[in-house]
Design a protein around this ligand. Structure first.
Ligand code: FAD
Length: 414
């Protein structure tokens, strides 16, 4: 609460500001890792998060199996980040897939590597890991403030909106780990960009990554919503993915499509091979076999082993005559669904854009705000699903946290 007495004179009746050594804003995996590093150096840390409980997106990631990293040699691992993400290489070099495994061990979380080299905790969920992590931080005296929404800078302090009114934190350094701009109901609203803009700090616009694409389906597709289409070869520009996707009410979603989403959002057409194990000549030859009294759909099912959902997708997208068997064969091998762009950014698994490398020094400190470090998905990098997202959030959280601890150390020394 602020009371005004006369123009220009302001008497504040705010409670005393909190004065930890370090403030971490955002209690997702990046912020928790930063707090972990700073508190391990013996510093007093306050973590503030806008939501009623920490790490909601991390917990959601665990709902379908927490894919925490990918068991690949580091150069291969790093090369999987989308174009422009190379700047993370030195940071991932210090904390890559092997380090993630050691870190899980340190929390007593058993883990395994699946057939696609994806690393998961044995129990698949994030909650046991989060419990252990929060316990460790609490044991070091780290204070977690929930329902504290960061609302801007107040000189060298940080202003928060809390259920008890405005509060201020004055810290000697801060790590911002406020996430990207998707799944806003879990806390990552991207609204912090306004605070950066107020201070004229450089930002790149958010872009949806790992997102489905929109299709205007006819009513025929309704009964196929939720059905996986597999196996299928998917291509957008020069990028090719073998795998599967899912038909949803809004369009095409799931792993294979997500991997191409950065190409599709740039307008590259999607080309699907519904029969990746057969060449076009074989498809044409099988289609030309006598079909007797079978409907054409039944004939496609029997002659080519096409599933009902693949047949429905073909019928939805094919614009030619089914009597033109050569055209049918061509379309089954290179179907071009008329997608009308990506789904809403809020529906994306992750977002690119945010704080660009050029706004930061090698310690992930904002050039425009000495002593303020950034980490996690709020940074401008982009990666497919498969454990790359969480590994980079953990690695940048660790990097920023260690740099913040070093900053505090150097301030004491001088
Ligand atoms: C459905 C789903 C499944 C996923 N599965 C995986 C997976 O298996 N593997 C993988 O690698 N990745 C996965 N991800 C992505 C991964 O969860 C995110 O990349 C990761 O959580 C980002 O971590 P972060 O700490 O940077 O940000 P977040 O986890 O988004 O945390 C940011 C925090 O900042 C807080 N915050 C924001 N603004 C403010 C403010 N103004 N004041 C105070 N607090 C604020 C938010 O409340 C939030 O708690 C998945 C994501 C989704 C949505």
């Amino acid at each position: 609460m602020i009371r005004r007495f006369a123009p220009g004179s302001v008497l504040t009746s705010l409670p005393e500001p909190l004065t930890p050594d370090a403030l971490v804003i955002g209690a997702g995996p990046a912020g928790l890792m930063a707090a972990d590093m700073i508190s391990a150096a013996g510093r007093r840390v306050v973590i503030a998060d806008a939501m009623p409980s920490p790490a909601r997106k991390f917990l959601m990631a665990g709902k379908s199996g927490l894919n925490v990293s990918r068991d690949q040699p580091l150069p291969e691992f790093v090369s999987s980040y989308f174009e422009g993400g190379e700047w993370l290489a030195p940071i991932l070099d210090n904390f890559g897939p092997e380090d993630v495994k050691v870190w899980l061990d340190s929390h007593g979380i058993e883990h395994f590597t699946g057939s696609s080299k994806r690393i998961f905790p044995q129990g698949m969920k994030a909650s046991p890991l989060l419990r252990s992590w929060l316990g460790l931080l609490a044991g070091r005296g780290v204070e977690l403030k929930t329902r504290w929404r960061w609302d801007g800078w107040d000189g060298d302090g940080y202003r928060f909106l809390t259920p008890d009114g405005p509060r201020q934190v004055r810290a000697r350094c801060a790590v911002l780990a406020v996430g990207g701009a998707s799944w806003s109901r879990l806390g990552s609203t991207g609204s912090w960009t306004r605070l950066f803009e107020d201070r004229k700090i450089q930002l790149s616009p958010f872009k949806p990554t790992n997102v489905g694409c929109r299709m205007a389906w006819s009513g025929h597709m309704e009964k196929h919503y939720g059905q996986p289409v597999k196996p299928v070869r998917m291509q957008a520009g020069s990028a090719v993915v073998h795998g599967e996707f899912v038909i949803s009410r809004k369009g095409l979603e799931g792993g294979g499509i997500y991997l191409l989403s950065n190409r599709l959002r740039e307008g590259e057409p999607l080309v699907l091979d519904l029969l990746p194990h057969l060449d076009r000549a074989t498809v044409a030859e099988r289609l030309a076999r006598p079909r007797g009294r079978n409907s054409f759909s039944n004939h496609m099912r029997k002659a080519l082993g096409l599933t009902p959902v693949k047949i429905a997708l073909f019928r939805e997208c094919f614009r030619g005559e089914v009597t033109d068997l050569d055209a049918v064969a061509g379309a089954l091998k290179a179907l071009r669904p008329q997608i009308s762009g990506p789904l809403e950014i809020d529906e994306a698994i992750s977002t690119g854009g945010g704080v660009p490398e050029t706004a930061l020094d090698g310690n992930l400190m904002l050039r425009a705000a000495p002593g303020v470090f950034c980490a996690g998905e709020m940074l401008d990098w982009d990666a497919p699903t498969g454990g790359y997202l969480l590994t980079a959030c953990l690695a940048t959280g660790r990097h920023a946290g260690m740099a913040a601890a070093g900053w505090l150390e150097s301030r004491v020394a001088t």
